[in-house]
Design a protein around this ligand. Structure first.
Ligand SMILES: Cc1cc2nc3c(=O)[nH]c(=O)nc-3n(C[C@H](O)[C@H](O)[C@H](O)COP(=O)(O)O)c2cc1C
Length: 172
């Protein structure tokens, strides 16, 4: 798919078919994450692939308003190894770049994806740490749910020229 087209037609997917995600596609999605920019090129991300229904249920219980989304065949918990961080407080930004790459790679492969927040919600962070046995230097950031979409995505126009300010702040 053409890159700009891929960016523009990506939508959050919250309903998935039962079709499993092929291992090679899952790997491509995670590979895309590893090509994201990172502060000081730290590449401190780590990924927990969750397919076990009981563990997915634990994620659902932590992020309960997203009950439907956890019907996804695969949930990937994007984490960060703080021992790799070169500049303080940059790790969430690095993880966000990685997660966005995953969403775009998924879309390109015909998969649906959803970003479910963990960080900075304290309850979700601590719950994920407990459920998945994360040591204190591994920070959970978000869950990227993956699966084949049940419905076709709605396309919307989001471009707003008034949001572009040239050389100096100008009121829209
Ligand atoms: C930081 C962040 C946290 C999000 N957390 C959730 C979440 O917990 N549950 C959810 O259903 N969607 C979550 N989303 C997805 C947004 O709701 C979604 O991206 C937004 O509504 C725009 O829709 P689109 O992704 O289809 O463009 C999150 C997105 C971001 C960037």
């Amino acid at each position: 798919m053409e890159t700009l087209e891929n960016i523009k037609n990506r939508r959050s997917v919250r309903d998935y078919t039962d079709e499993p995600v092929r291992d090679e596609d899952l790997e491509k999605v995670i590979e895309a994450a590893m090509y994201a920019p990172s502060s000081g090129n730290s590449q401190g991300w780590e990924f927990i692939v969750v397919t076990d229904p009981a563990k997915k249920e634990e994620i659902t219980n932590l992020t309960e308003k997203n009950r439907r989304s956890m019907n996804a065949p695969v949930c990937v918990i994007v984490c960060y190894d703080l021992r790799r961080q070169k500049f303080s407080d940059r790790w969430p930004v690095d993880c966000a770049a990685a997660a966005q790459n995953m969403m775009l790679a998924a879309n390109d492969l015909g998969l649906g994806a959803l970003w479910v927040e963990i960080y900075p919600d304290k309850f979700r962070c601590e719950g994920t740490r407990m459920s998945f046995g994360l040591p204190e230097y591994i920070m959970p950031f978000c869950v990227v749910c993956l699966g084949y979409p049940k419905n076709s995505a709605e396309h919307t126009v989001r471009f707003e020229k008034s949001k572009i300010h040239r050389n100096f702040w100008t009121e829209g």
